[in-house]
Design a protein around this ligand. Structure first.
Ligand SMILES: [Zn+2]
Ligand SMILES: [Zn+2]
Length: 359
């Protein structure tokens, strides 16, 4: 078994109080192997993706509140450098490359866990929200829930699959669509959306991308979107979708946007029997859609929350085979504050990955 030297302190981005104030510390303690509880492992991170959820956690604008002080981050990839003593039947070993996702741990015994809905476990631990996450060099995680990363995909390319990728992968998988169906992706040029285009294409779906600006348009079309609607230029998004689909509407929409309008429109542009996958997590917005037309058109409205261990493995596998590529910019951990500003302004195309080796 490989031996790793584990330092006592490390670099970490710590949020001490809600409101987005991040402090980059260089002397944050690293948990020693002897202090790990059974089932825990220590992962030396290569990198971590930055997700909108991290911004919500730092701002504290969600109905759920994060544990403070907090180290955010839940798209980490690195190597297991230690596993706790008395850990039985670990599916991973020291030296393995693994990913850390939003769902850090769950009980594996309750009804939700038994049914593969472990992200809804009442004892779930959430990376970068209720337990320290991946905006640090060494993170404590859980052997039963880390995702093995196959060879052939670099860590920085795998990182964003662990939240953004898994989330849209599961939503598309459960969208009740088949090859040749139309799927609408509002926010298609963003972190989740650009991965959704590719996972939709892997399943043979025809993509209508909605977003704004020349850069995002180019990205969406390059990734395989068949049609593009610029929501700032469009006079009527519902009409545009109906026109594209021969007047009958799309089969499904995966709505990742943070505003409620995207959800309301979807009910109007979906065809009868269509499925609205609700994926974004706006803090307070309500789903203010027409009940009449939801019933009259037999629309399914399904919430889809991140993904389970199997979803993570499937999503990462597709990416490792080169069928899904993350469009990302690599930045040092110290840039996190800047990255949050970009997210607030909606100016980030694709994803940001924080490289732990960069200064
Ligand atoms: Zn459980
Ligand atoms: Zn996320």
């Amino acid at each position: 078994m490989p031996e790793f030297t584990i330092p006592k302190t490390q670099k970490a981005a710590v949020v001490t109080k809600t409101g987005g104030s991040i402090e980059i510390k260089t002397d944050h303690p690293v948990k020693a192997q002897k202090d790990l509880a059974p089932g825990e492992c220590l992962v030396k991170l290569d990198c971590s993706g930055a997700c909108h959820t991290d911004l919500h956690a730092a701002l504290g604008d969600w109905p759920l509140k994060a544990t403070l002080p907090l180290i955010g981050g839940h798209e980490g990839v690195g190597t297991i450098v230690a596993i706790a003593d008395h850990t039985s039947k670990s599916p991973v070993n020291v030296g393995d490359r693994v990913g850390i996702k939003w769902l850090a741990d769950s009980c594996l015994q309750c009804e939700q866990c038994r049914k593969g809905l472990e992200q809804c476990c009442s004892e779930a631990k959430l990376s970068g929200f209720t337990v320290d996450g991946t905006f640090q060099e060494y993170v404590v995680s859980y052997v039963n829930h880390v995702t093995p990363i196959p060879e052939g995909i670099p860590s920085d390319e795998a990182a964003s699959i662990l939240c953004a990728g898994v989330t849209v992968y599961r939503a598309i998988k459960n969208s009740q669509t088949q090859a040749g169906d139309w799927i609408v992706l509002p926010g298609a040029g963003g972190g989740l959306g650009h991965l959704a285009i590719q996972y939709a294409r892997v399943r043979g779906l025809r993509v209508i991308a909605i977003d704004t600006g020349a850069e995002k348009k180019e990205l969406c079309l390059k990734l395989g979107a068949e049609k593009w609607i610029d929501f700032k230029e469009s006079k009527d998004i519902v009409k545009d979708v109906l026109d594209i689909t021969g007047g009958v509407g799309a089969h499904s929409a995966v709505v990742t946007s943070a505003s409620s309008s995207g959800y309301v429109q979807a009910i109007d542009y979906l065809r009868a029997g269509g499925t609205l996958m609700a994926v974004g997590l706006p803090g307070t917005a309500k789903l203010d859609a027409s009940i009449f037309f939801t019933v009259f058109k037999s629309i399914s409205v399904l919430g889809s929350y991140v993904g389970n261990r199997q979803d993570a493995r499937e999503a990462i596998d597709i990416a490792a085979r080169g069928q899904v590529k993350v469009h990302f910019a690599s930045r040092p951990l110290a840039d996190l504050k800047d990255v949050y500003e970009g997210m607030k302004a909606g100016t980030i195309a694709g994803r940001v990955v924080l490289d732990m080796s960069k200064q």
